[in-house]
Design a protein around this ligand. Structure first.
Ligand SMILES: *Cc1c(COP(=O)(O)O)cnc(C)c1O
Length: 501
């Protein structure tokens, strides 16, 4: 038995640092110390210290790991404060409006601590036991939200990129199998596959092209479809493109619609696209990495209409559901499609002892050892609840609209669109100056200067070859005033640059 008094003793044997029954008081002490440093991080006043790469590189000695020299936990925490915590980007800061990084919820952190400490690996039943059931419960919850049928299923993944990979892999293998009797999983490449074509809007996430390349089909297998003035896929252009590829002798196999594009938050017309996919008998994937979680809101019911007809869906809880990275899922309309990824290993899940009673989630995943990421979301749904989550999402959507209305008639700004989700793409402009090169440099200057000052982080992107700034709003604690302050800083920097150049 360990007593409280042992807490203060420094373990003299290395095994005392293992997480087990001997170290439970030490465990508590370790976590408590870490918590003090994390609390300090929350006291950082700006979103970033503004340190340059050179400044951070100069801390080489602290970053280096030296095999010969052990330091105490206190010293290590002190070093990590100096090299990391003092310079980490605070996604929870109201002036961080750059990328799809959300602030996280406390119940989710509790789930993550339990998942990391217990270290359950979601693979086979004998490694995961009831964690399997918890993951499946969360998958059932989100499938129901999507109005997916009872035979639908899903699995947690490392993120939207991996979920999109699985979607394209299933679409490819399913098409090859049902149309040509080709079993790509077992027999490998077939020449037919080089004619396979995938259609998505020109605003779809780059992971569609990247994954097509990883799957051996190449970037050119992805046909980009024009978008309208609301940045949504043009469905007549989609049909024309499918017909054109067929005429060329190519084989359309899938359409990827985006529910919330990364830059503009625009939703492709899911229902119409689902009908087109049905007509051509091809796979219909919805990339809802950004907008899929808006299924919890009242504001976005119309935009998500038609998602229930998808063959597969990508959804990222670490983008818009306030979960720590990673928390993401891939959903499929019919569980039998997981056959295209399943593998039966003698030492883990031999085929002959396959037993529905002991579900092995490894049969659905690309990863073998996989974190118990569903636990964070389980805590969040239990403690925070889906109504509150939905209201947070609506709040950040309305904030994007507030900023839009604030600058749309301002002579110093040009807005690219009216926000459909929680991003706003716009640029600083100088009345009387039409030269896009000058405006591009000015906007990049604004972004870089604000970042370096640690005052605000804004993203940039391109539209029709021109550089724009982007707000991605994910923090329900932010106020209109916080965001108008960032707008004021943008204008200030823009005018500074213009006067000095
Ligand atoms: C972010 C994003 C992805 C990629 O997701 P990760 O979790 O970063 O891998 C895919 N699609 C869309 C639309 C996204 O916004």
């Amino acid at each position: 038995m360990l007593s409280e008094t042992q807490l203060t003793l420094k373990p003299d044997l290395a095994v005392d640092y293992l997480f087990d029954a001997h170290s439970k008081y030490e465990y508590e002490a370790h976590i408590e110390k870490a918590v003090q440093y994390i609390k300090n991080f929350l006291d950082n006043t700006s979103f970033y210290s503004g340190a340059s790469v050179e400044e951070l590189r100069s801390r080489k000695r602290s970053i280096a790991v030296n095999a010969k020299e052990n330091i105490t936990l206190d010293d290590a925490l002190h070093e990590i404060k100096d090299v990391f915590l003092d310079h980490a980007i605070s996604f929870h800061h109201p002036h961080y409006v750059a990328h799809l990084n959300c602030p996280v919820l406390l119940p989710a952190l509790v789930g993550d601590l339990i998942a990391s400490s217990v270290n359950t690996a979601i693979e086979t039943w004998d490694q995961s036991t009831s964690a399997t059931l918890i993951e499946q419960e969360i998958i059932r919850w989100i499938c129901n939200k999507m109005n997916f049928p009872t035979q639908s299923d899903g699995v947690f993944t490392s993120g939207g990129t991996q979920s999109n990979f699985k979607a394209l892999l299933m679409a490819r293998d399913h098409y090859a199998f049902t149309h040509y009797g080709i079993n790509l999983k077992e027999n490998g490449w077939s020449d037919e596959v080089s004619k396979f074509r995938i259609f998505c809007s020109d605003k779809a996430h780059f992971s569609i092209k990247k994954n097509a390349a990883l799957l051996g089909m190449g970037y050119d297998s992805v046909i980009p479809i024009d978008t309208d003035d609301k940045l949504k896929m043009k469905t007549d252009a989609l049909v024309q493109a499918i017909e054109k590829e067929k005429q060329k002798g190519n084989i359309p196999i899938a359409i990827v619609a985006t529910a919330g594009t990364t830059d503009f938050g625009s939703f492709d017309p899911l229902e119409t696209i689902s009908k087109i996919a049905k007509e051509y008998k091809i796979w219909f994937h919805v990339d809802g990495a950004y907008g899929g979680c808006y299924v919890l809101t009242d504001t976005h019911k119309t935009q998500l209409k038609g998602i229930e007809y998808a063959d597969s869906i990508t959804i990222d809880f670490h983008k818009t559901l306030f979960q720590p990275v990673c928390s993401s899922a891939f959903l499929v309309r019919d569980t039998k499609h997981f056959q295209y990824v399943s593998y039966y290993a003698d030492y883990l899940n031999p085929l002959e002892s396959r037993d529905e009673e002991f579900p092995n989630l490894i049969e659905k995943s690309i990863q073998t050892t996989r974190r118990f990421d569903a636990l964070k979301l389980w805590f969040t749904l239990k403690v925070t609840g889906e109504t509150t989550l939905g209201s947070f999402q609506e709040k950040v959507h309305h904030l994007a609209l507030d900023v839009y209305h604030n600058i749309k008639d301002d002579i110093y700004f040009e807005v690219a669109h009216q926000p459909e989700l929680s991003t706003l793409v716009f640029r600083f402009k100088i009345p009387g100056i039409e030269d896009d090169k000058i405006l591009d440099t000015t906007n990049l200057y604004i972004k870089n200067t604000l970042f370096k000052s640690g005052k605000a982080s804004v993203a940039s992107t391109k539209l029709n070859g021109k550089t724009y700034l982007k707000f991605t709003l994910l923090n329900p604690r932010s106020t209109k005033e916080d965001l108008f302050e960032v707008i004021r800083m943008i204008k200030e920097q823009g005018l500074n640059y213009t006067t000095n150049n």
